[in-house]
Design a binder for this molecule. Structure first.
Ligand SMILES: Nc1nc2c(ncn2[C@@H]2O[C@H](COP(=O)(O)OP(=O)(O)OP(=O)(O)O)[C@@H](O)[C@H]2O)c(=O)[nH]1
Ligand SMILES: [Mg+2]
Length: 449
């Protein structure tokens, strides 16, 4: 598909509405404007015009606004045509734009292509582009608020501030690279160390903020595991305050995964109950246990439920072998109501009763603690997984750099680690982002955006 030719799309939602907006963007739209409206429209003025098709039939009376490059959303010439919002009219206008724009190569826009052009023309950075998509798709007022803040550049500002600190340090280091280490004064050494520690602290803060926002945006997955009859389904029901799963005294009751979403301090927690883990020759139960293992692999937190009266039979050992490093495990000693007295053996987990509800509030607090969620986060950002990973890598490079300041100063290594850290931050804002990655990001947008 040809790049940089003018593009056109319906910018309003698909279907009939009060009005529809057709948007055209291209480097030089004067010829198309003259062909469509027979006159040159002044930029940023509202124009009430009649749009006529090739058979001289009126398509619609429309309002047209022209944004001259570079003072437009895309940074190119942009024409916005507001018409009556029927699908037939909108498609007729789309067709006439393509027909009359044939000489300048007008084609239909791909998903997200207007925003992509805005990014490529330096009007917005990648974070702001993503925030536009998040704003359109936001499902709560809180999410919309954080998107609009991010769109206005709040996250970009924080990243650019850290980037500038890294650049300043790189300049200092690279200026000294040609000199032997002894020529660097103790004062300079101390300055380098202090700067690195300051960058590290800012990145750590940013990382935990991004994580917090990701938790708010996506929620977390909790999987209940353990031996049959330990009380997993009972715990799901107790946390849900609803009879979601079947509970019986028979071992092997749950076969399929059963899940329910609850909210803990505004965080969506998707709880998945699984088949109890044991050796079984029953075909259905075996399939259920396979599903349990799959769920465990994808969990953010595993609640490993143990009947505090009967113990666990090594299930924990197998679960720990299966889970990834990032998964948290919380041991739950269930059926506390059946215990005569609390035994010190339960110190490594949480004692609860799914029957009486004892210990559940404490468990909820522990869940938020495990994922390091902080409730009062005023400056919410609209963030994505890729931001988190990039900041994490940027932080790792700074930590390596700090480790090389301990005894001798290895200027070349320091300079290289700072360069890599800086690259990670530039990936977030889009300064060094591969074409493939851009394709992936913008293709998730809707057409006309
Ligand atoms: N007294 C008491 N009984 C409980 C408690 N939790 C569960 N039970 C009982 O233990 C039995 C098994 O509970 P389930 O919730 O079905 O256990 P499960 O781990 O889901 O079992 P499977 O689905 O077979 O793997 C039922 O009879 C429950 O009523 C508890 O906290 N106290
Ligand atoms: Mg069950």
């Amino acid at each position: 598909m040809l790049k940089n030719v003018p593009i056109v799309a319906i910018a309003t939602a698909h279907g009939s509405g009060g009005i529809g907006i057709i948007r055209i963007s291209g480097k030089e739209l004067l010829p198309l404007m003259l062909s469509l409206f027979k006159k040159e429209i002044k930029e940023r003025t509202v124009n009430y015009l009649t749009l006529i098709d090739n058979d001289q039939e009126i398509i619609d009376n429309v309002i047209v606004i022209f944004f001259k490059a570079p003072r437009s959303f895309t940074g190119e010439d942009v024409i916005e045509i507001q018409c009556h919002g029927g699908m037939v009219t909108q498609h007729q206008i789309l067709d006439i734009c393509i027909l009359k724009g044939k000489d300048i190569g007008v084609r239909l826009a791909n998903p997200g292509e207007f925003t992509k052009r805005s990014f490529l023309n330096g009007k917005i950075d990648l974070i702001q582009a993503e925030a536009i998509s998040d704003l359109i798709n936001s499902s709560s007022i809180a999410a919309a608020r954080s998107s609009i803040k991010t769109m206005s550049g709040s996250l970009s500002l924080v990243i650019n501030d850290i980037s500038n600190e890294i650049i300043n340090l790189r300049v200092l280091l690279e200026a000294n690279l040609d000199f032997p280490e002894e020529d660097i004064t103790d004062l300079q050494k101390k300055d380098i160390y202090v700067s690195l520690v300051s960058i590290k602290s800012k990145l750590s803060k940013l990382k935990s903020k991004i994580k917090n926002n990701l938790i708010l945006k996506n929620g977390i997955n909790i999987v209940l595991t353990g031996r049959p009859n330990s009380g997993k389904s009972s715990l799901l029901n107790a946390l849900s305050e609803e009879e979601i799963a079947i509970v019986t005294p028979l071992a092997g009751t749950t076969r399929d995964k059963v899940s329910n979403a609850i909210y803990i301090k505004g965080v969506m927690v998707n709880i998945i109950d699984t088949a109890g883990i044991r050796h079984s020759n029953n075909l259905i139960e075996k399939k259920g246990i396979e599903k349990s293992w799959e769920a465990i692999e994808n969990a953010d937190i595993v609640l490993h439920v143990i009947d505090s009266n009967t113990g666990d039979d090594n299930t924990e050992y197998y679960i720990n072998k299966k889970i990834s490093k990032k998964t948290n495990v919380i041991k739950i000693y269930n059926k506390s109501d059946l215990l005569y007295k609390k035994n010190h053996d339960y110190y490594d987990g949480i004692l609860v009763s799914s029957k009486s509800g004892a210990g559940l509030d404490f468990l909820k607090k522990e869940i938020l603690k495990k994922i390091e969620y902080k409730t009062s986060d005023e400056d919410a950002f609209s963030t994505r997984e890729r931001h988190f990973h990039a900041v994490q890598e940027a932080l790792e490079h700074i930590e390596i750099a700090i480790s090389y300041t301990q005894e001798n100063l290895f200027l070349d290594i320091l300079a290289e680690e700072l360069r890599l850290s800086h690259c990670n931050l530039c990936e977030i804002t889009g300064q060094f982002t591969s074409e493939d990655m851009l394709e992936k990001i913008f293709s998730s947008f809707c057409i006309g955006k």
